[in-house]
Design a protein around this ligand. Sequence first.
Ligand code: FE
Ligand code: CA
Length: 502
Amino acid sequence: MTRLHRRTFLIGGLASAGVTLLSSSSANAIAYPFTLGVASGEPTADGFVIWTRLAPSPLNADGLGGMSSAAVTVEWQIANDPNFSGLAASGTVSAVQTAAHSVHVEVAGLAPGREYWYRFRAAGHISQVGRARTAPAPGTSPALTMLFTSCSHYEAGYFTAYRRMAEENPDLILHLGDYIYEGGAGSGVRSHQPSAEITSLANYRVRHALYKRDTDLQAAHAAAPWAVVWDDHEVENNYANLTRADSSPAGDFTARRTAAYKAYYEHMPLRSAQAPSGANLQLYRRLRWGSLATLHLLDTRQYRDDQACGDGTKLCPAADAPARTITGAGQESWLLDGLGQHQGTWDLIGQQVFFAQKLAAADGSKSMDSWDGYTANRKRIQDGWQARNVTSAVVLTGDVHRHWASNLMNDYATQDKVVGTELVTSSVTSGGDGNAADTGTSSLNPHVKFHKNQRGYVRTVTSSTQMAVDFRVLDKVTVRDYPVKTAQSYVIQAGNPGLQAP
Ligand code: FE
Ligand code: CA
């Protein structure tokens, strides 16, 4: 039975026999539906999520991808090899219009610490093949090659960095936010669709589809499991909880956030635990990578207090008020509880906005959208990990469209002792080509060691004794197919926080 099933799957896209098998539904009238690629994510020691969305006409203005209201059966397969000669798991799932015909299959029962390949079939069409990987078993600590990036503005450049990430054959990819941008069409190397700023569910779906049609992005999704967290632009620039940053376009912001969160879930390889409930979506979560690392993934948008003195860089004593929060109280205690569990050698905190103090001027002006706008919250977390003897905390950050590397200090004013390390990735495209000659470090911030205004991503190779860090850059993103190179490297030693020369 299994062999027969596998055989019909293999020939289904090539010969009429496979189509005939499905012809009892109207599904065989669907044009090629896998225009948005495939993705995997959320690896555990026994499985991961696989994702796709059926969308033969992905940019249709109604956001429905050219699909009718009919549910469509989607077959899926997990194989032990890229040729699908041996299946590890298979099944079917129903793609329905209320989910924009997206599917999220939570595959379980697989072996730990190995790679698998997956694909889908629907209406006689076979998808691209993706490569996924299970996390290693608890008690084991094989080295982890992880890439992380953020801020992929479609108009600002080509997604070459995503293709270079795929070529590195990583075990895991993190996206730390600004996966899409909500603005209307502007000037750039290519144009946003829809052409106006997006606020409706249909328009968020079309925008996600526009990005997902990019073949460089599809290559990165197909190359490795991803773990994603959003920042602001998946909804609206600099929003804070249910407080909008500005009044344009007009409309109910709760309804807008509801639409944006739903479309985000529909397009990401997330588990059903992250399915939205109205205007809420439980995005903060943990992933365990054997006994090597615990990945604490944060959401610093959904629960934060509004920016203290408005957006931008300000001198703002109110930012230091003790009650202010960027995480919300629930997420703060969840993070500290998790840091106290010591499930892995490393505690990797994947999150959105600049964590270390970074003064913009001698008067104390700082960015209100970053943790500098919520300094008491930062201190409670840093003090909390010190109290729990967390000695290998590395904060992984996006948002600022630059590479940065910093030591995290017990006291930034006195530069008292290093208690952790922060690695900030630059963007895939946001900010355009950049300028390799820009300077950014300042005597105001002696703990901030590195800055580079070029696009790219960060590569970390982590073992139980050290993390090797490479800041990867491309000289241009407004021209396709530039190579990637390393602008700077560091080593972080387990149990000895801070940046060291490699
Ligand atoms: Fe951004
Ligand atoms: Ca941002």
